[in-house]
Structure formats: structure tokens, C-alpha cells
Design a protein around this ligand. Structure first.
Ligand code: ADP
Length: 326
């Protein structure tokens, strides 16, 4: 069963830009999916359409099998939402915020136990009577995750959830999210952080409203020819190794004293090669392609807008009390 099925979605803001152009993809139930793209790519717009906060002018989206247009209430119940903008009432306590959500979603039986359960999930049991405004930014995010999970949704949708968080808060958040995913919750994440998409089962890359690639991180990296492998070889072994490599890959380059090739998976390649040629090789260098390189290849620019990211780094730097966080 598919958790999400997005079919030819298009969206244009009134009098503004075409934010999505015929975007299609699907997400397997129980998987971790990442929608990766630079600022302005259309990620939030897409998340808002799936949450039925915006209505697409064209296309269809099914959430847990329910049409966003025709069955909005079922869609809402299937989704836990964590959006970029803080959305807790900070004059209320943690418990009151969760209780309010539980009422909205008609979490009837066992409400108290469920609230305690989600607070345990994000390790905030001791803070249940604290006013939200007294919490750190990372803790507030954790309350938002707890709240999103309160009505036991099948899919947790997170729109850039770690923006503005320091590294330790980010890591904690990831621990909870991985825990949820291992319990069968589908994770739908939008991000412009490469490293967050690296751990996903499936990644869709979007740029200027258009899907430019999709696949596992491994498949996407193979689009640019796989791992880069450099081998330093003793002079008497050079000819034999060059011939071996040429029989295995399309292109073998000699760079100074190093032989350079691209292979799908460097470890697998080396495991086959080394028993025969290990005595001729004195140095091995493996460089893995990153999703950033994939994006540059496809879109001709970087994902991370260096200006915005620089600002964010400074912000995190200040928040972490001077300890560099990225
Ligand atoms: P992302 O989440 O990837 O940063 P968005 O979905 O927020 O991208 O934005 C996609 C495009 O739509 C951008 O060009 C953005 O400027 C534009 N956009 C976003 N929200 C609005 C809005 N409320 N009105 C008009 N244009 C908008």
C-alpha cells in the first residue's frame, strides 16, 4: 500500500509564481521519504497541498489511499503535521497544548495515557506542566512532534523540521524520528539539508517547482557515475592493473601516479580486486558522490543557498553559545 500517491500536481499562487509543475511521485508505507530542494523549490507548497491547507489547481494526491480533495477529514486523520512555523500556544503548558490537540482530533478514550505516551516518546514527561514559552526551540519542536503523533497518524509529515535548531537538538530529533519509523510510521520530510536526505529510503529532488530526479540516495549518486576510486600502484604493477580496470569500467584515467576510475560501489569493487592485485596497490582513496553533486549536475547550481546558509550558521553559532554547530 502506498502512503502517498502524488499525481501531476501543479500549483500557482494567485498573481504569483507557478510553484509546482506537474509533480508526481509515490511513497511506500512505512518508509522514510525526503523531498529535497533549495529554498523556493516548492517543498512547502507541496506539503501544504498534502495537508489540504492549499488546493492544487491541477492533479491529485492520495494520502493513505484517501483523496486530498474528496476525503479531507480522513486525510487529516492519517497525517501528523510538523510545519516550519512554530504553532504551539506558548501561553499554555505543554500538557494543555497536547490536550487541546487531542480534543480537536477527538482522541477520546485513554487521552491522558496517550498524552503521557507521546511525551515519553520525546523525553519531555517532566516538562508537561511547564509553559511552552519557557522551553528552548529544540524542546518546542519535540512538543510539536509529540502533538503530531497524538492521534496516532500513519504518516508524519515534517516541513524543514530542523531549520534553526542546534546540532544536538537536531540529532535528538533524528533519534525520535528513526524510532517512529522503525515502528511503522511513514516519514515524509522536506529539507534543503543534504545530510538529512542521505538517510532516506527514497528521495525526490525538486527545483523551481519541477521534479528533477528520484530514487534511493545510492541510485541518485549513480547518476553521476558512482564512487570515485583512486589507486596508487607500484610501477611494475601499473600495466596489469590498468588492463584489469579497463576490463571492468568504461574509463580509466592516469592522474600522475594514481589510477582513477568511477565504480558503482567502491567496497564491492575493492573486495573483488584486492585479492588479485592487492600486492601492487600502495594507496587507495575513495570519494563518494554527494547528493549536492547530484543536484549540481542536474540543476547547475548548489542546493544550499550560500548566503542564507551562512546566516543560519551564524544564528546556530550564537544559539549554541559559541560552539560551532554545522
Ligand atoms: P520551499 O518550501 O521549497 O522553500 P515554497 O513552496 O515555499 O518553496 O515556495 C515555492 C515558490 O512559491 C517560491 O517561488 C515562493 O516565493 C513562492 N511562494 C510561496 N508562498 C507564496 C505565497 N503565499 N504567495 C506567493 N508566492 C509564494
Amino acid at each position: 500500500m502506498l502512503a502517498l500517491d502524488v499525481q501531476n500536481l501543479s500549483y500557482h499562487y494567485q498573481g504569483g509564481v507557478q510553484a509546482l509543475k506537474q509533480v508526481s511521485f509515490s511513497v511506500e508505507e512505512g518508509s522514510f521519504f525526503a523531498l529535497l530542494g533549495p529554498n523556493g523549490a516548492g517543498k512547502s507548497t507541496l506539503a501544504h497541498i498534502l495537508a489540504n491547507l492549499l488546493a492544487a489547481q491541477e492533479g491529485e494526491a492520495l494520502v493513505a489511499g484517501h483523496s486530498v480533495k474528496r476525503a479531507p477529514i480522513r486525510v487529516r486523520k492519517s497525517l501528523g503535521l510538523v510545519f516550519q512555523e512554530p504553532s504551539l500556544d506558548d501561553r499554555l503548558t505543554v500538557w494543555e497544548n497536547l490536550d487541546f490537540h487531542a480534543r480537536l482530533y477527538q482522541v477520546g478514550r485513554g487521552k491522558g495515557a496517550k498524552i503521557r505516551g507521546v511525551l515519553e516518546l520525546v523525553e519531555l514527561e517532566k516538562w508537561s506542566h511547564a509553559l511552552v514559552r519557557s522551553l528552548s526551540r529544540g524542546m518546542k519542536r519535540r512538543v510539536e512532534i509529540a502533538r503530531a503523533m497524538l492521534h496516532e497518524p500513519k504518516i508524519l509529515m515534517l516541513d524543514e523540521p530542523t531549520v534553526g535548531l542546534d546540532v544536538s537538538s537536531r540529532n535528538k530529533l533524528w533519534d525520535y524520528l528513526k524510532g517512529l519509523q522503525s515502528q511503522g510510521v511513514t516519514l515524509f520530510l522536506t529539507t534543503h539539508y543534504i545530510e538529512e536526505a542521505e538517510g532516506a529510503h527514497q528521495v525526490v529532488i525538486i527545483n523551481e517547482g519541477e521534479k528533477v530526479a528520484e530514487g534511493t540516495p545510492h541510485e541518485l549518486k549513480n547518476l553521476i557515475g558512482g564512487d570515485s576510486l583512486r589507486l596508487k600502484v607500484i610501477p611494475e604493477g601499473l600495466e596489469a592493473l590498468q588492463a584489469y580496470l579497463a576490463s571492468k569500467v568504461e574509463k580509466v584515467q592516469l592522474e600522475g601516479e594514481m589510477l582513477h576510475i568511477r565504480v558503482g560501489n567502491a567496497e564491492k569493487f575493492l573486495a573483488e580486486m584486492m585479492p588479485q592485485y592487492g600486492d601492487k596497490v600502495t594507496w587507495v582513496e575513495v570519494e563518494r558522490p554527494t547528493l549536492e553533486q547530484v543536484f549540481i549536475n542536474l540543476a547547475g547550481k548548489r542546493i544550499a543557498d550560500s548566503h542564507a546558509d551562512g546566516r543560519e550558521q551564524l544564528l546556530n553559532f550564537a544559539k549554541a553559545g559559541g560552539e560551532h554547530t554545522r
